[in-house]
Design a protein around this ligand. Sequence first.
Ligand code: SF4
Ligand code: SF4
Length: 400
Amino acid sequence: MSTSNWDPSRPAPLEEDVVKCVACGLCLPHCPTFRLTGRETASPRGRIAAMRAVEEGHAVVDASFTTMMDECLACRACEAACPSGVPFGRMIEGARAQAEPTRPVAARGIRRAGLTGVLPRPRLVMAAGWLLGVARALRLDRLAPAAHRASSPPVSLAELRRPIPQTLGEGPLARVLSGCVMDVAFRPTQRATMRVVAAAGYTAARTTPAGCCGALAMHYGQPEAARAMARARIAEMEDAEIVVANASGCSAHIRTYGELLADDPAWAARAERVAGRTRDLIELQPPPSDAGIGTVAVHDACHHLHAQGIGPRGLLAGAGAHCVDLGDGGRCCGAAGLYSVLQPEMAARLRRQKAEAVVATGAPVVAVANPGCAIQIAAGLRELGSTVRVAHPAELVSPE
Ligand code: SF4
Ligand code: SF4
């Protein structure tokens, strides 16, 4: 009989995953939160030990368990470094789902409203973007706390009015995920994405209306909401030869749709098919060109580097860029979904380290292929007074 103290009504880390950890500590030097704090409780090994204690019935999910899991960036650098194949990414998702009832009711309510009430509804996301734009136009954003002001995305009303083509190009059908935040705050990237997909030989067709892939809901303990969003996206994208996402968190998450819906007989095969057809934009290979890019510093998003083992150098080099690494071992920038909002101090330290690494390259532009990272790194560069430009690789290889 199981002695586990997990709540059986919620997802939890799997026993077979938890016991894989042999506590060797080889992941510790790769963990940004351990490097910042030196605390075992902020390390992958410590977090897994806490999960194991609950799994074996020696501990319960309480406030200290929740703090340990919430301090984690879910960057998966530990997973990539682990010689025992510990799948930390899905374990932390299960641990956070278990931790959800221990959070304050108000915090839970606000987060649930954002993740399950706003993100799946494109009109609400767009309305939030318009409100941000209006606040900027009226300079009301000066009233926001400095940290939030520094990290709010540069939405302008004029930009929100500029259309994004719904279809472009000729060839096999490529469904391009419109997404949630990208469609509001990164419209030049969305337009460039359509051009790159078309240049790579596809009929690029955006999913409409824009809608979230469900990654954030999954990362923050709302698996049912994540499944609902996955089903909606699958229905929109399953007719395509390939499915393209231009944000690392989205492509990594869509690739797990098969796992996410494995127990749903009506959707399992459809989810697996879409997952298998998913490509990140940076994996596409448009014909070589010379976009006159020059030297580009390259930021590797965690959900590219650690979760998918991919990077944008091939795409950039194909357009004539000279790519320069940041020299920080691909450490997380501290954006990590909602991390910069929920753990502002740790996020600020990571942001500064990342911005300093960018500036040290001497490159005039840094390629960043994830919206959270782009906002975070741009804020870090502004804090340093740097003029280095942040751009998605799609915008660099296919300038307007
Ligand atoms: S997660 Fe992997 S690398 Fe880290 S302590 Fe456990 S077995 Fe070792
Ligand atoms: S996911 Fe990142 S922050 Fe979390 S334990 Fe692993 S390396 Fe550390």
